[in-house]
Design a protein around this ligand. Structure first.
Ligand SMILES: Nc1ncnc2c1ncn2[C@@H]1O[C@H](COP(=O)(O)OP(=O)(O)OP(=O)(O)O)[C@@H](O)[C@H]1O
Ligand SMILES: [Mg+2]
Length: 252
């Protein structure tokens, strides 16, 4: 579904992603793991239109997405969450989720300005999509009107996930969704992601929680210093000596 090939990103002399190739097959959970600074977030940013690669290609369903703006990529069916929780800027829970659905809206700026009836219909569709996504992400409807920033961290992360789901993606890019969650919240997240996969969603998961990765993933790609050092099933990569070394090396 997503194919990354010879992908390279240079930041002023630093090679953050170095000739990386891997694929994300449809309907599966693929994990992208590796020590801090390996280049994982940079890969997600290139796959979501936030960063342009220095070299190489990213295709989605065979179509190149390099050079496409984020909203176009969202409309094609790719959504993401962020490693650091983005500020919700005084919005209610429902409004935050609606911003995710808005990215897929079709109305142009002129009909927005003149408030044509099609806009009202579209707003209603967007609100429905947002409510459905919040329910899917396990946010209780009693909280929909609440200021999103006042929620406990674990719930804010669910709201963020709902924002990504509201765009009705076919591919979901997750950047450390379990970071900062307690064990119960992590278990709930794992169950939620399993349900999403069972519903046909394709996931590219960046995550440091190895229990979660090994339990949830169909395939694992291991990065170190911008390169793929191993790829395969969770079992295959766990027993790969290069992977063990990369992780032990990162600890000292
Ligand atoms: N915008 C940027 N400008 C300059 N350097 C950057 C930028 N973004 C990332 N880097 C550098 O690129 C490298 C890869 O960063 P990246 O955030 O992709 O790593 P990561 O694998 O996501 O790490 P972590 O597990 O800590 O989140 C790091 O050395 C980082 O400092
Ligand atoms: Mg990162």
């Amino acid at each position: 579904m997503l194919a990354v090939s010879n992908l390279t990103k240079r930041f002023a002399g630093l090679l953050a992603v170095d000739n990386l190739s891997f694929t994300v097959p449809a309907g599966k959970v693929t994990a992208l793991i590796g020590p801090n600074g390996a280049g994982k977030t940079t890969v997600l940013s290139m796959a979501s239109g936030l960063l342009q690669p220095s070299n190489g290609s990213v295709t989605f369903d065979g179509r190149s997405i390099i050079g496409s703006p984020g909203h176009t990529i969202a409309r094609l069916g790719i959504s993401r969450t962020y490693q650091n929780l983005q500020m919700f800027e005084d919005m209610s829970v429902l409004e935050v989720a609606m911003t995710g659905a808005h990215r897929c809206g079709t109305s142009n700026i002129w009909s927005t300005l003149f408030g044509l009836p099609s806009i009202i219909r579209e707003e209603r569709l967007i609100e429905t999509a947002a409510r459905d996504a919040l329910a899917e992400a396990g946010v209780p409807s009693t909280l929909f009107g609440q200021d999103a920033e006042t929620l406990p961290y674990g719930l804010q992360r669910r709201v963020e996930l709902a924002r990504a789901l509201a765009a009705k993606p076919r591919l979901l890019l997750l950047d450390e969704p379990a970071a900062g969650l307690n064990p119960v919240e992590t278990r709930d997240l794992s169950a939620l992601l399993s349900t999403l996969r069972a519903g046909g969603l394709t996931v590219l998961l960046v995550e440091h929680d190895m229990d979660l990765v090994m339990k949830l993933s169909d395939y694992v790609v291991v990065m170190n210093f911008g390169r793929a050092i191993a790829a395969g099933t969770p079992r295959q990569v766990q027993s790969d000596p290069q992977v063990v070394e990369a992780y032990l090396g990162a600890e000292d």
